[in-house]
Design a protein around this ligand. Structure first.
Ligand code: SAH
Length: 361
């Protein structure tokens, strides 16, 4: 058992079962043993590879999106670029390189903020960024005072804890982490009923055993993002794996060494996430008067010029590099790879169209 699993077992033995959200928060952010507080999970040597770590083209196209969006928003200055949950800092590094080339006027005056909950990862981000780090501010939490700018986040929401509810014969209950007879962690059903307001409208017709996931902490994050862009020329680009509409199902997943693992084994040494339900997030955005646009990562990247960029980079490259680029395009945008599972939720002012252009197909 991992050190953190032992700590969780002791805690449950002393004070009783904990919610799935509590378990997830502890696994990821326990100050002593949490996954993000103690490890550097990204990249080939880590447990999973994120889009910016797969290819520089991802960050470059996000950089182009920022430059074009700034123009469409009326080129306001001062302008703030905020990234939340920057991991190793690779995305911001690629964005900075592109912006300094395509839009020096924007880049030179840009106010860059990185919001990172793990101090250890913030240090790692400074290292990755090198030069531009000297002009970047780091914060532990997003400042939600409205400010003209863009907010970007890749694979942030999936790492924010989710609660699970389960339909039982006695109605809907919270799913909890408890101890079995041998003292090992197991999922169990909590004792008290659930406020039906937390459940979807069709919850009564769900089959016994159905699971519904709700994530108040993700919604709180979305509230802050939406508030930080309220009434100003601003936009957000939020990328994650998940679904456009709420539904039933258990999507809690642990990843270790590039393979799925049992979420109850390896607390603190495996990544623990769940698919993002974008429906409540889009609703929150709309309630703050933002227009929203939803597209797959594949459509977003192809629309922003992924194929053209790969062609450019490959033009004077050798065969091996061209093959690598083709593999990266495939990985990021093919429907059976990240292209369909990963989604982009955009927030923008009503009446302002942001790139990529919508295609009628
Ligand atoms: N965006 C990066 C990393 C994704 S992993 C990439 O694409 O490679 C999730 C990141 O979100 C980690 O950096 C984690 O520490 C951070 N994070 C999780 N919850 C957070 C929160 N509430 N506030 C800020 N950062 C958070």
């Amino acid at each position: 058992m991992s050190d953190l699993a032992e700590k969780i077992v002791r805690r449950i033995a002393a004070t009783g079962p904990i919610s799935v959200a509590d378990y997830m928060a502890t696994c990821l952010f326990d100050p002593e043993h949490g996954y993000y507080t103690t490890r550097e999970p990204f990249g080939r040597a880590g447990d999973f590879v994120t889009a910016p770590e797969i290819s520089q083209m991802f960050g470059e196209l996000v950089g182009i999106w920022i430059a074009e969006s700034w123009q469409r928003l009326g080129a306001p200055l001062p302008f703030r670029l905020t990234e939340i949950g920057p991991g190793r800092g690779t995305l911001m590094k690629d964005i900075c390189r592109v912006l300094s080339g395509v839009s020096p006027r924007l880049f030179d005056s840009l106010d860059i903020v990185m919001v990172e909950a793990s101090p250890r990862l913030a240090d790692r981000q400074r290292e990755t960024l090198g030069d531009p780090a000297s002009r970047i501010r780091w914060q532990g939490e997003l400042d939600d005072t409205p400010h003209a700018g863009v907010v970007v986040a890749n694979e942030l929401f999936d790492a924010i804890p989710v609660r699970q509810f389960v339909k039982t014969d006695a109605g809907w209950r919270e799913r909890v982490v408890a101890l079995d007879e041998a003292g090992a962690l197991q999922f169990a059903i909590g004792p008290t009923g659930i406020d039906p307001g937390m459940l979807p409208a069709d919850h009564a017709s769900a089959a016994p055993g159905a699971i519904f996931e709700a994530a108040p902490a993700r919604e709180a994050m979305m509230e802050r993002i939406a508030a930080s862009l309220k009434g100003v020329p601003g936009a957000a680009l939020l990328i994650d794996y998940g679904h456009e509409r709420s539904g039933f199902g258990d999507t809690l997943q642990a990843m270790r060494d590039h393979a799925f693992a049992d979420p109850l084994v390896g607390a603190g040494i495996a990544d623990l996430t769940s698919h993002v339900d974008f429906e409540p997030l889009a609703r929150i955005a709309a309630s703050h008067d933002h227009a929203t646009r939803f597209l797959t990562q594949g459509d977003f990247l192809i629309g922003m010029g992924l194929l053209e960029r790969a062609g450019q980079l490959g033009a004077n490259a050798d065969e091996a590099r061209r093959k690598r680029l083709a593999g990266e395009v495939e990985r990021l945008a093919a429907p059976n790879q990240m292209g369909n599972l990963f989604k982009v939720l955009m927030l923008h002012p009503r009446g302002t169209e942001l790139p990529p252009e919508a295609h009628a197909d």
